[in-house]
Design a protein around this ligand. Structure first.
Ligand SMILES: Nc1ncnc2c1ncn2[C@@H]1O[C@H](COP(=O)(O)OP(=O)(O)OP(=O)(O)O)[C@@H](O)[C@H]1O
Ligand SMILES: [Mg+2]
Length: 317
């Protein structure tokens, strides 16, 4: 195996990382040979339910054994003490001690993270203030709302000042106000630490992430900077609307520079994924002459991450 020399320069790095869950009769491969190359910044980890996001994250934080391949955090082996010191982790369903108050819990988590008692107390106060929970600090966590619990869980994940913050769906189950509060905090935190965040809420991912990885059925289907992905897609996608869409669609499908063409259910217009815009323009002119077709519009759309995601996932199914 060729080893990358600069593994330690990646916040998160994996090579052929694989997880097979052994069931009684059959083995199930939930994550298949994934190669992560995560640089500083905010990295979004997206994919449909069951794609393998939580399984991957659990291997990265050392909560789950790795079946094959390897994973490193700033060069430290996932699961090692050195790697654990580097990371802060917010699980998908954080379990908080119901009987502890917010303040007691944060001090406890600070101590677990290796802080001295005095330091843990100081940091707990600082974080309670940062997350606007000072008035609630003596309240038992069992009486907290979902949004407040999520704030405490996030505070607990960063109390030991990690270098890499790993968040598994941090905004699920929160109302829009709670979600924006958490998103704003994540963005702020990313100034001092790298963030690796899994999410289903693509508008949020789009808002905060520099780079993304799309996972489907345990495999990476795309991993790049968001700007690059959007540019690539915008550069290639066109929408054409004519008075003879079905006929034109057939014509388009036979061309080698057209990667894909389809009629969108919602708009009834032809969507075209083309390798060559000039050839497409030429073809448009020909089509008009050949079939006396009227072109109503020929435009390039604004694509959201949601649309890019749906296209990739649909293609992969
Ligand atoms: N402990 C386990 N034993 C067996 N199979 C499991 C186990 N945990 C997860 N799986 C399976 O592995 C696959 C990936 O699950 P995982 O929880 O990693 O997905 P996910 O991408 O986090 O999904 P979601 O978006 O719903 O949180 C699923 O098919 C799931 O059923
Ligand atoms: Mg999950």
């Amino acid at each position: 195996m060729i080893r990358e020399q600069n593994v330690k320069y990646y916040e998160i790095w994996s090579q052929d990382l694989t997880k097979i869950y052994e069931k009684r009769k059959a083995a199930f491969e939930a994550v298949s040979q994934i190669n992560l190359r995560v640089k500083p910044g905010i990295h979004g980890f997206i994919g449909p339910n069951g794609a393998g996001k939580t399984t991957t994250i659990n291997m990265l934080v050392g909560a789950l054994s790795i079946t094959a391949g390897e994973a490193r955090l700033r060069g430290e082996k996932a699961g090692s003490i050195a790697a654990c010191r580097l990371i802060g982790y917010l699980p998908q369903d954080p379990i908080l001690y119901k009987r502890k108050t917010a303040e007691q819990y944060l001090i406890y988590m600070g101590r677990l993270g290796g802080l001295k008692k005095k330091e843990a107390k100081r940091k707990a106060q600082e974080l309670l203030q940062y997350f606007d929970l000072l008035n609630e600090r003596h309240k038992k966590l069992g009486k907290f709302s979902g949004g407040m619990k999520q704030k405490v869980a996030l505070a607990a994940a960063i109390i030991h000042e990690p270098k890499i913050l790993i968040l598994d769906e941090p905004t699920t189950n929160l109302d829009p106000v709670g979600r924006s509060a958490i998103i704003a905090k994540i963005k702020e935190l990313s100034k001092t630490m790298s963030v690796f965040v899994s999410s289903h809420i693509l508008s949020e991912v789009e808002q905060i992430c520099d780079t993304i990885t799309i996972l489907n059925r345990g495999r990476i289907i795309l991993s790049d900077s968001l700007v690059k992905i959007k540019n690539e897609f915008l550069g290639n996608v066109y929408i054409l609307h004519t008075n003879k869409n079905l006929k034109i669609l057939e014509e388009l499908k036979n061309k080698d520079f057209i990667l894909k063409a389809w009629i969108d259910d919602r708009t009834n217009k032809i969507h075209i994924l083309s390798k060559d815009s000039e050839k497409l323009q030429e073809l448009n002119k020909k089509i008009i002459l050949d079939h006396e077709v009227k072109i109503f519009s020929f435009t390039q759309p604004e694509l959201s991450l949601q649309e890019i995601f749906m296209r990739f996932i649909n293609e992969a199914i």
